[in-house]
Design a protein around this ligand. Sequence first.
Ligand SMILES: [Zn+2]
Length: 221
Amino acid sequence: MNKEQIDFVGDNHISTSIDTPMRVDAFDKTDEIKIKNIEHYFSKIMEELGLDLSDDSLSGTPYRVAKMYIKELFYGLNPKHKPKISTFENKYGYHKMLVERNITIDSSCEHHFLPIVGHTHIGYVPKKKVVGLSKINRLVDYYAHRPQVQERLCLQILRDLQDTLETKDVIVIINAKHLCVSSRGIKDKSSFTTTIEFGGCFGDTAFRNEFLKLVNSENIV
Ligand SMILES: [Zn+2]
């Protein structure tokens, strides 16, 4: 891609696939080796910016950034960090909508490596399987902690929950602020991006509206 195409993809946040594009050798190296390598390359970026790395305040930054990338921001790239989602039989026969609201989204934009912060609301109608509520939060956390595009994040969560719960009746809505929109580019401080993906019964407007009504209702706890 030339520089113009690179800017176009970034500013329009175009994603190419549902799966995060990964190299086949993505996990050949240990985390420790990756941290060492990123530390080296990030120190070069800082030097290129003209920063004096012998300063006590800056000298540890390349290591801190490297550790942050591997251990704190992007651990969701590695499938071994995928939370184990155990399901239970829906013994009490709950077949109405279950909604989990205001799950925190802490992610990063894959086009600029800047934060995406917001919330997601998830609903599903159980068939034979149910999951522990905190497992939904853990799944969201896992997919958010990789370089992302909001639309893909929405789809990855939806697809996983549909597989885990063995039903298409799942809906995911994400409301998020992109720092690459607020701090650079158009520099819009107040705009949010909303994405919504659903399957099964949520294709029905009445179901979708019931979900949205619950999401928008006042907190009563
Ligand atoms: Zn971006």
